[in-house]
Write a protein that binds this ligand. Structure first.
Ligand code: SF4
Ligand code: SF4
Length: 307
């Protein structure tokens, strides 16, 4: 792997040890983005959903909360995802429990924000100090009136509102994407961006024109600095640099993969090795050989890895 003709031999943050859980609360979504890696772009995905048909699945969150409250678990952050997590009937209870969990540092609800503002007012009234609402803006479903809701949510007192611009490669969505970025900049609302990753349903093609048009927004976004090292240089790179230079292939490198996935049944597996967590969470932090062809997300880019 090279950056400006320099061979990269290490990446991520040395000493980084914060566990991240991505918890899929529900296997159903009310949107159908064509690029959805979970397959909700196909009409059959929601038909396969087990959540509303199975009481055990609906109740599995209680076991997960118990597991996450074990004293043996290291400090962690958790993202509540789906499907669409706001469709889970017990989302408020889950947030309160995690907010009271002393090993939990942050709770993020990653939502398509399709619920009305009144729904988020109720989450705000929970007064949960660790709560962020990460609002993924999917431009295939975007309406001009949505911006008023985002601006209102940003004004709520107790939740930290974080818009995420889903960067679509299709030019028909670019005007709306630009308009949303400009509105957040004008309103001083920090936002981040996410690239669509290759998956079995969608292969994005980001052109040079795309980068020329959107670099300024990608580079003004928050949480946008990642470390890469050669034998003689240290580079601090943005998402833009990483995608343009395809600095996402670490297969065979030594890495400490700290992202764990919790599925709707409540089982916990490492997002990279697919190894299950042991009963006392003793194996959450361990060096592994990277088995994957792509290091696909910003959380993973923080994990320390070397050749
Ligand atoms: S909102 Fe998210 S989960 Fe739902 S279809 Fe779109 S990408 Fe998939
Ligand atoms: S894909 Fe996983 S194991 Fe591989 S480098 Fe990225 S975080 Fe580490």
């Amino acid at each position: 792997m090279k950056y400006t003709d320099d061979y990269i031999v290490a990446a991520g943050e040395v000493g980084y040890d914060l566990i991240s859980f991505d918890w899929s609360l529900i296997d159903i979504c009310n949107y159908s983005c064509t690029y959805c890696s979970a397959g909700f772009g196909c009409s059959s995905a929601n038909e396969k959903s087990r959540f509303y048909k199975n009481k055990n699945i609906q109740e599995s969150y209680k076991n997960v909360l118990k597991m996450l409250s074990l004293s043996s678990i290291p400090e962690f952050e958790v993202s509540l995802v789906g499907g669409e997590p706001t469709l889970h009937p017990n989302l408020s209870d889950i947030i309160i429990s995690l907010d009271n969990n002393k090993n939990c540092r942050d709770v993020s609800v990653v939502t398509n924000t399709s619920k009305p503002a009144s729904y988020f007012e109720k989450l705000d009234s929970l007064n949960a100090s660790k709560l962020s609402i990460c609002s993924s803006i999917h431009f295939e479903h975007y309406k001009n009136t949505d911006m008023n809701k985002y601006l209102y949510l940003a004004s709520l007192k107790h939740i930290n509102f974080e818009p995420i611009i889903m960067l679509h490669d299709d030019t028909i969505y670019w005007d709306d994407m630009i308009s949303a970025c400009e509105q957040f900049l004008t309103s001083n609302i920090p936002f981040s961006v996410t690239f669509i990753e290759d998956n079995q349903y969608y292969q994005p093609h980001y052109t040079d024109t795309f980068y020329t048009t959107f670099s300024k927004y990608i580079n003004t976004s928050t949480d946008n600095r990642y470390t890469f090292k050669s034998t003689s240089n240290t580079y601090t790179l943005s998402r833009d640099d990483i995608h343009r230079n395809n600095l996402k292939t670490f297969k065979g490198w030594t890495c400490t993969p700290l992202l764990w996935l919790i599925d709707v049944y409540g089982s916990i597996k490492n997002a990279c090795t697919f190894e299950s967590s042991d009963i006392a969470f003793k194996n959450l932090i361990a060096k592994k050989t990277c088995p994957l062809n792509q290091c696909s997300c910003d959380i993973k880019w923080k994990f320390n890895k070397y050749k």
